[in-house]
Ligand binder design. Structure first.
Ligand SMILES: [Zn+2]
Ligand SMILES: [Zn+2]
Length: 334
C-alpha cells in the first residue's frame, strides 16, 4: 500500500486505505478490495498528504469512523509511543488505531493500521499472553475486566502516558533538610459554626434537582466564633489564646487577628540577638564536631564549621556548615 503513494491523488489511501484494510479480512494487500469503498469516504477540504491535524475534519465528515493516532516517541531510546490524536468520538461503528511512521532521512511519513495494540506494546510487559491496552494511556491491563473498570476514569482526562523514571533516577530523597527543624511560631485555629437553612432553597422541591442532575444547597455553615492560639517555644512571646464569638463579623475579626499576629511574629523573628557565650560543654561539643548538624556532611574549606545559634534567644543550637547556616536564617516576610 505504501509503495503506491507516489501520486498526489493516491494519498487518500494513505489513511483511507489503511482504514479500509482494517475492514477487509483477507488479502489486505490487494488494492481491488478497497475500490468498492473508495468513494464511501468523504474527504472534502482535506489536503493530501493528510496531516494528523486533519484527522478531526475527516472524522467530522465520516460519522461512522473514529481514529486514534499514535507515533513512535523520538526522544526515548527504548521503543515507546506517543499519543498524537485521541478521538473524542466514542462508540462509533468503526474504530481504527493508526501508527504514524516517520522517515526523517527521506522526509516521508506514512500511516499504518495497528491491528493489535497488545502486540504493539508487548515489549513493555513481562506478560507473555494478550493484554488489554487502554487507548488513552497505553497501559496494558492483564484482564478485560480491569481495562473496562478503568476506562471511564481514563476517558475523563486528556490523553496521557505513564512514564517510569530511569533506574538511576528512581529514588526519592528528602533534600530540604533545613525544613526539618521546628518552626519558632505557628497558629492553631478552630472555628465554631451553626448549620442554617440556605436562603436559596424552595421548601417544596427535592434535595436533588433531577432535571439538571445537580445537587442544590439546602443548609450552609455559618461561622459563629473562633479561637486562635499562638504556639511557640519562647515563653516570653507566649500570649493567651484569642477567643471571639459574634454575629456577622467573625471572619473579619479573624483575618484582622491573623494579620496582626503575622506583623508581630515577623518583628520577633527579624530580631538578631548575638550568641550567648559558650558553656564548657557547648565548647567541647563544637570542637569535637566533624559533620554538619543540619546536612550531616563533613566540614570542608568551602563549607567550614560555624556556630548555629537561635537569633531570637541567643542560645547555641549546634555546629553547622557555613552553607547550611545561611539557609537556616529565618527570613522575615514583609
Ligand atoms: Zn488508560
Ligand atoms: Zn550543612
Amino acid at each position: 500500500m505504501h509503495r503506491q503513494r507516489q501520486k498526489r491523488g493516491r494519498k487518500v489511501f494513505s489513511m483511507g486505505g489503511t482504514f479500509l484494510s482494517s475492514r477487509s479480512p483477507h488479502h489486505k494487500e490487494r488494492i481491488g478490495h478497497y475500490r468498492p469503498h473508495k468513494t464511501s469516504l468523504k474527504v472534502s477540504g482535506i489536503e493530501f498528504p493528510i496531516s494528523p491535524k486533519q484527522i478531526s475534519l475527516f472524522e467530522e465528515q465520516n460519522p461512522e469512523i473514529s481514529i486514534n493516532l499514535y507515533a513512535v516517541d523520538p526522544v526515548t531510546e527504548d521503543l515507546a509511543f506517543t499519543i498524537e490524536y485521541l478521538s473524542p468520538h466514542k462508540d462509533r461503528q468503526h474504530h481504527v488505531n493508526l501508527l504514524l511512521l516517520e522517515e526523517p532521512e527521506i522526509g516521508k511519513s506514512h500511516y499504518t493500521w495497528i491491528r493489535d495494540m497488545s502486540r504493539l506494546i508487548a515489549h513493555r510487559t513481562n506478560r507473555n499472553g494478550k493484554t488489554y491496552v487502554c487507548n488513552h494511556c497505553l497501559h496494558p491491563f492483564t484482564t478485560k475486566q480491569a481495562h473496562d473498570n478503568r476506562l471511564s476514569y481514563c476517558q475523563s482526562h486528556p490523553a496521557q502516558q505513564v512514564k517510569y523514571p530511569d533506574a538511576d533516577d528512581s529514588v526519592l530523597k528528602f533534600k530540604s533538610v533545613q525544613k526539618q527543624h521546628p518552626v519558632p511560631f505557628y497558629l492553631v485555629c478552630d472555628f465554631e459554626s451553626f448549620l442554617t437553612p440556605s436562603n436559596t432553597v424552595d421548601d417544596e422541591e427535592d434535595d436533588v434537582d433531577t432535571s439538571s442532575g445537580r445537587i442544590r444547597t439546602i443548609d450552609e455553615y455559618k461561622v459563629s466564633g473562633f479561637c486562635c492560639y499562638r504556639v511557640t517555644s519562647y515563653p516570653q512571646y507566649q500570649t493567651p489564646s484569642k477567643v471571639y464569638s459574634g454575629a456577622d463579623d467573625v471572619m473579619e475579626v479573624f483575618y484582622l487577628h491573623v494579620l496582626n499576629e503575622m506583623n508581630i511574629i515577623n518583628w520577633i523573628v527579624a530580631d538578631n540577638v548575638e550568641m550567648l557565650p559558650f558553656t564548657a560543654e557547648q565548647k567541647a561539643e563544637f570542637e569535637a564536631a566533624t559533620i554538619c548538624g543540619n546536612c550531616e556532611k563533613p566540614f570542608t574549606d568551602d563549607s567550614h564549621k560555624v556556630r548555629h545559634h537561635c537569633h531570637i534567644s541567643g542560645e547555641f543550637l549546634f555546629p553547622c556548615c557555613n552553607n547550611c547556616n545561611l539557609q537556616l536564617k529565618r527570613i522575615a516576610r514583609s
